[in-house]
Design a binder for this molecule. Structure first.
Ligand SMILES: Nc1ncnc2c1ncn2[C@@H]1O[C@H](COP(=O)(O)OP(=O)(O)OP(=O)(O)O)[C@@H](O)[C@H]1O
Ligand SMILES: [Mg+2]
Length: 257
């Protein structure tokens, strides 16, 4: 069997602030294979972001093991982790996190600047990424000149520009209305279907989770359920239309119709 992209065993995270101890994650064991599309749900404070930060190698667990592509993350030094973060993992956040004084294309090029990709290459790959999320016509707009949904598209373009194999999104539709949210979910489905990018996405909204193939639910830092999605929702391919239901089983990763 193939090595899972993500494998955590007995994962725990305890925060200590003076006298107060918070067990943000407790004994979490799960694995996520290549090409999966997983939604993470749970009430506020249940540990979702804590988990995402650990999966993204932005933070370390206080207990348990995290293997990324079969490698124990605890054994990687700072440089190795930085490399993993820039090459292997893409991040998308609720607040988009775009630099306000830079244009869309400049924002998308940033990860490649850090990666020392030559200028001409950067521009070509940046435009390609903007094109793949349908927003190349706004390449010279600053974030303040874009709608929330457009800003999130730019953020997604930025997250995929280094061709990551894993995309982590923490409430990426949290600030968007229903139509924009469905568009964004369509883009994620396409990245999952067409490029085989593994996706882990936090959401509070059941409607959004239905775009995924599998749902993990957390309560008080514990994983309390892990289920395949039935009646998976499908956005149409171009990300501009309305989403509908599809009748195929959750395991079927192919396009409907
Ligand atoms: N840096 C920190 N220091 C101390 N406690 C923290 C820290 N980060 C998170 N916590 C605590 O850990 C618990 C889990 O927080 P986390 O941010 O993972 O929740 P969440 O599920 O993402 O919630 P939300 O849906 O509101 O984003 C909370 O009780 C929170 O107060
Ligand atoms: Mg959170």
């Amino acid at each position: 069997m193939a090595v899972p992209v993500i494998e955590v065993v007995g994962l725990g995270k305890t925060y200590r602030l003076g006298e107060v101890t918070v067990e943000a994650l407790r004994d979490v064991t799960l694995s996520i294979g290549q090409g999966e599309f997983v939604a993470v749900m749970g009430s506020s404070g249940s540990g979702k972001s804590t988990l995402m930060n650990i999966l993204g190698c932005l933070d370390r667990p206080t207990a348990g093991i995290y293997r990324l592509d079969g490698k124990d993350v605890a054994e990687m030094d700072k440089d190795a982790l930085a490399l993993v973060r820039s090459r292997k993992i893409g991040f998308v956040f609720q607040m988009y996190n775009l630099l306000p004084r830079m244009s869309a294309i400049e924002n998308v090029e940033l990860p490649m600047v850090y990666d020392a990709v030559p200028g001409a290459d950067r521009r070509r790959r940046g435009r390609e990424a903007l094109g793949s999320v349908g927003i190349l016509d706004r390449e010279h707009h600053n974030p303040s000149q874009l709608s929330g949904g457009q800003q999130q598209r730019v953020a997604i373009a930025r997250s995929i520009v280094n061709s990551p194999s894993l995309l982590l999104a923490d409430e990426p539709t949290g600030n968007l209305d229903t139509a924009a949210s469905d568009d964004i979910m369509g883009i994620f489905q396409r990245l999952n279907d067409e490029r085989g990018i593994t996706l882990v996405l936090v959401t509070h909204e059941p409607d959004i989770a239905q775009f995924a193939k599998r749902i993990l639910r957390f309560r008080d830092g514990r994983l309390v359920s892990d289920e395949a999605v039935r009646d998976r929702r499908r956005a149409d391919g171009d990300g501009h239309g309305t989403a509908g239901k599809e009748g195929t089983p959750a395991e079927d990763g192919g396009e409907a119709g």
